[in-house]
Design a protein around this ligand. Structure first.
Ligand code: ATP
Ligand code: MG
Length: 349
């Protein structure tokens, strides 16, 4: 089996971290007995520089034909005044691939508990996954503006809610069997439809999953008070945007987290959650673990769970040994962390 992966290194630290993640995927694949073929394309600011637009037709066609799309990061001050924005490329790509579910895991390794802004005893054992609806809700609703008044409309259909809820229920089944659906059903009509739809699905199709519902304000508090009590969280677009950024602070560095954006069929888009970090770009200082976690998510989505587990095991071994980049107080470079990780992959094989 050979998978085709389109690699979009993007801007800033994107090229450095995706170089590491690519080597890790290639090694894990070889150890698990399959192969991958990477095809690299310019994307975001790098594509604006070369072709005058952030996503060319050729790059988009390559992505559509791939088994998965792996992305570094896009954007930076260089393109702040450019006529087309790097980020527009990402929105267009998401739209074209129809990815409606954004999966953001956040876990706290015991060796890293004291790097968290929360007390170590509070974050200990945190291992949660936020599933955010990505293509509906207020971010995509009708906008109106007069001189003295403005409005944004939030709309959800039953079908839009059900398809993202299904992803979340399935993830809960693969994890600890708990799903928390987050809404504001005491106020919003969209939230009442959300709660109704998720409840019906749970009762009908997922009686094995422990489903509960939480208002978004309570969820925001609970994420700080008892983060370890969550397994999978599913929520609409704007609530998910805010809660997933809140949750991303728990592990102690933004450089540790990955994300997957999935649609009905392949390919999904896999990327670290951080931005292009122009302040440290080109210095071989970036933490590649977020990109590496995204690589493990990519392999999981291709059903290559053995290779994904190898990667996570090697990452855990590095955490236990305190082998970190500077953001976590370690002395490894980005490329050095990659070399260490590949060594660990070989050693554990
Ligand atoms: P964007 O608008 O693209 O999200 P941003 O400015 O909001 O960008 P980042 O680019 O993620 O956010 O950078 C925020 C801070 O975190 C910066 O100081 C950056 O250096 C740091 N940072 C981001 N990613 C990493 C990483 N992988 N390793 C180390 N530090 C990082
Ligand atoms: Mg940002």
């Amino acid at each position: 089996m050979t998978y085709r992966i389109v690699l979009l290194p993007g801007d800033g630290i994107g090229p450095e971290i995706t170089r590491v993640a690519r080597a890790v995927i290639e090694r894990a694949a070889a150890l698990s007995g399959f192969s991958v073929r990477f095809e690299e394309h310019a994307f975001g600011g790098a594509s604006i520089d070369r072709y005058g637009e952030p996503l060319t037709d050729e790059t988009l066609a390559a992505c559509q034909a791939a088994d998965a799309v792996f992305l570094g990061a896009v954007g930076g001050p260089k393109w702040d005044k450019a006529p087309s924005r790097p980020e527009a490329g990402l929105l267009a790509l998401r739209k074209a691939l129809g990815v409606y579910a954004n999966l953001r895991p956040a876990s706290v390794h015991p060796a890293l508990a004291d790097k968290s802004p929360l007390r170590a005893d509070l974050v200990a054992g945190t291992d949660l996954l936020i599933v955010r609806e990505l293509t509906g809700g207020i971010y995509f609703g009708r906008r109106e503006r007069t001189d003295s008044q403005a409005s944004d409309t939030c709309t959800y259909s039953r079908a839009e809610i059900a398809r993202v809820a299904r992803v979340a229920f399935e993830q809960a089944r693969l994890r600890r069997g708990r799903l928390t659906s987050v809404d504001k059903a005491n106020v919003l009509e969209t939230s009442r439809l959300w709660r109704e739809t998720v409840s019906e699905m749970g009762a009908r199709d997922y009686p094995d999953i422990a489903l509960d519902h939480m208002y978004v304000d309570a969820a925001a508090m609970h994420l700080l008070r008892a983060p370890a009590s969550f397994d999978v969280i599913v929520t609409e677009n704007m609530f998910g945007d805010i809660l997933s950024d809140e949750a991303s602070m728990l592990p102690g560095s933004i450089g540790l987290l990955g994300s997957a954006s999935l649609g009905e069929a392949r390919p999904g888009i896999f990327e670290p959650i951080h931005g292009s970090a122009p302040d440290i770009a080109g210095q071989d200082k970036a933490n590649p673990f977020g990109a590496i976690e995204a690589a493990a998510q990519l392999l999981d989505a291709l059903n290559e769970t053995d290779a994904a587990a190898r990667i996570r095991k090697a990452v855990n071994a590095m955490h236990e040994a305190g082998e970190w980049t500077g953001d976590l107080g370690g002395d490894l470079t980005c490329s050095g962390a990659g070399v260490k990780l590949v060594e660990r992959l070989e050693a554990e094989a």
